[in-house]
Design a protein around this ligand. Structure first.
Ligand code: NAP
Length: 490
């Protein structure tokens, strides 16, 4: 299979500002490369503070008329965007795989997932209800109405180049907000392609603006948004340290924030679990995108009664996973995103082994495949003093921690500053109810490894952030409530 994106016309190398494809003001560019080979795909605009400001100027100009569109008019544009995304599903899937590295089936799957948020929020746009408040005094009428916040700045990571951007832009546009967006340095091409399709769908100029930037220039570019009082909201998906930085630096203009941050998900297998189902669920949850997913299980706790059997079943299945580039349709695990990712994974594995973990399968880089490959790995006898217990590995590594009883497992699962996803497998109805309530996480999977859905609220607690994306709650983050009190009525 050969990638043929240029013919599809989806690759854009300029910023999309005020309805125009615009180079960076100083014409700077940076290279976007294929993580499977290191080859350069395209040189795109490297934006600075001036480009970021131009994007906000356009979004602020567009806001008064966009907020006054009828919800059903915004819904119609979002529906058209949804249709165009699906019509370009193959090309977009290839583009995601090309710049991010995930296997092609996953790239196409991500397109459908991203599109599902657009369709969902097209419908939600028409359901932004307020309240008539029951009368408290004669002659007075009180109501609450929901209004769009204004200009929204969206900052997204590289691991889901389409889904992360779609699940921010779609609710923002549905609510009547205008958007400035900055995708990750590693994966700007998908975001620019989505902007192209949104434009074709009829999004008026200035309503959606996307700028790309290299890591060094992203800092001053985003700082411009943090300090600009016209930007009323930051919606961010990425690491916890950067989320905290954005919260601190935007405090001067008190913006509303949605922060979808890092995780350190526990996955608990109790003695009473269906072990085959638990292995299958763990493979689905852990190895999606090669383990580079914020909801990937990072710590797997297995009760001692099934520990040996589970370790064996799991290692056999993991050893069978096919590693390779997205260009090979049989690949199940692609390259990691860059050298920093490989370094971190290798550091975690080395540290675990130095602290007594045993490698059951994998445990090494695969230079024969390319610069960024790591073999799917299972480590037995992991313990709390290993770095991988407290830091997100973000790679294809499963550490197995033995535990004796339920209280110990729950305590260990919650012993982290993070609280995004948590999973457990059990066939005991009382335990299922109890453990689901005790786990400190925004998302809990019970006997299930695949949790994501546009209809469900996605988000964390503790240092995994706040705000929810998707679901009937997802629009609230882009709206403010206005209380209106009218007096002098008979
Ligand atoms: P990251 O380093 O925090 O980067 C995320 C975004 O922020 C990128 O666009 C990045 O630009 C930008 N950025 C980084 N530092 C910045 C700064 N000082 N000023 C302005 N912008 C800055 O995270 P990542 O490594 O790309 O993504 C992996 C992390 O995201 C993991 O922790 C994962 O758990 C988390 N994640 C969370 C969710 C969720 O829903 N909770 C979903 C997916 C991923 P550059 O690319 O140029 O650095």
């Amino acid at each position: 299979m050969g990638f043929n994106l240029t013919n599809g016309g989806l690759i854009r190398r300029e910023n999309f500002i005020d309805g125009e494809w615009t180079p960076a003001k100083d014409d700077a560019r940076f290279a976007v490369s294929n993580p499977a080979t290191g080859d350069i795909i395209e040189n795109v605009a490297d934006s600075g503070a001036g480009d970021a400001r131009a994007a906000v100027d356009a979004a602020a100009r567009a806001f008064p008329s966009w907020r006054n569109t009828l919800p059903k008019e915004r819904a119609a544009i979002l529906r058209k965007w949804h249709t165009l995304i699906l019509e370009h599903s193959d090309l977009l899937g290839e583009l995601i795989s090309l710049e991010q590295g995930k296997p092609l089936a996953e790239g196409r799957g991500e397109v459908a997932y991203a599109a599902s948020y657009v369709a969902w929020f097209a419908d939600e746009a028409t359901r932004i209800y307020g309240d008539i408040i029951p009368q408290q005094q004669r002659g007075k009428r009180m109501s609450a109405v929901k209004e769009p916040l204004g200009v929204v700045a969206a900052i997204t990571p590289w691991n889901f180049p389409a889904a992360m951007i779609a699940r921010k832009i779609a609710p923002a546009l549905a609510a009547g907000c205008t958007v400035v967006a900055k995708p990750a340095e590693d994966t700007p091409l998908t975001a620019l392609a989505l902007a192209l399709l949104a434009h074709e769908a009829g999004t008026p100029k200035g309503v959606l603006n996307v700028i790309s930037a290299s890591r060094d220039r992203a800092v001053p570019a985003v700082a411009e948004w943090l300090q600009d009082s016209r930007v009323r909201k930051i919606t961010f998906t990425g690491s916890t340290p950067v989320g905290k930085y954005l919260a601190r630096e935007s405090a001067g203009t008190l913006k509303k924030l949605s922060l979808e941050l890092g995780g350190n998900a526990p996955f608990i297998v109790f003695d009473d679990a269906d072990l085959d189902a638990a292995v299958t669920g763990l493979l689905a949850a852990k190895f999606r995108n090669g383990g580079q997913t914020c909801v990937c299980p990072n710590r797997v706790y297995v009760q001692t009664g099934v520990y040996e059997r589970f370790s064996k079943l799991l290692s056999q299945r993991v050893a069978e996973l096919k590693v390779g580039p997205a260009t090979d349709p049989s690949s199940q695990i692609g390259p990691m995103i860059n050298f920093r990712a490989i370094d971190k994974i290798a550091r975690h594995v080395d540290d675990a082994v130095a602290h007594g973990a045993k490698v059951l399968t994998g445990g090494k880089t695969l230079p024969e495949l390319g610069p960024h490959y790591f073999s799917p790995t299972v480590l037995a006898d992991a313990s709390a003093d290993m770095v991988l217990c407290c830091e997100e590995t973000f790679g294809p590594v499963v550490p197995l921690f033995p535990f004796v009883d339920e209280a110990e497992a729950v305590r260990a699962a919650n012993d982290t500053p993070f609280g995004l996803a948590a999973y457990f497998y059990s066939d005991d109805a009382r335990r299922i109810d109890r453990v689901a309530r005790l786990l400190e996480a925004g998302i809990v999977g019970i006997n299930e490894g695949a949790l994501a859905s546009e209809a469900a609220p996605f988000g964390g607690v503790k240092e995994s952030g706040y705000g929810r994306e998707g679901s009937k709650y997802g629009l609230d983050d882009y709206l403010s409530i206005k209380y209106i009190c009218q007096g002098g009525l008979d």
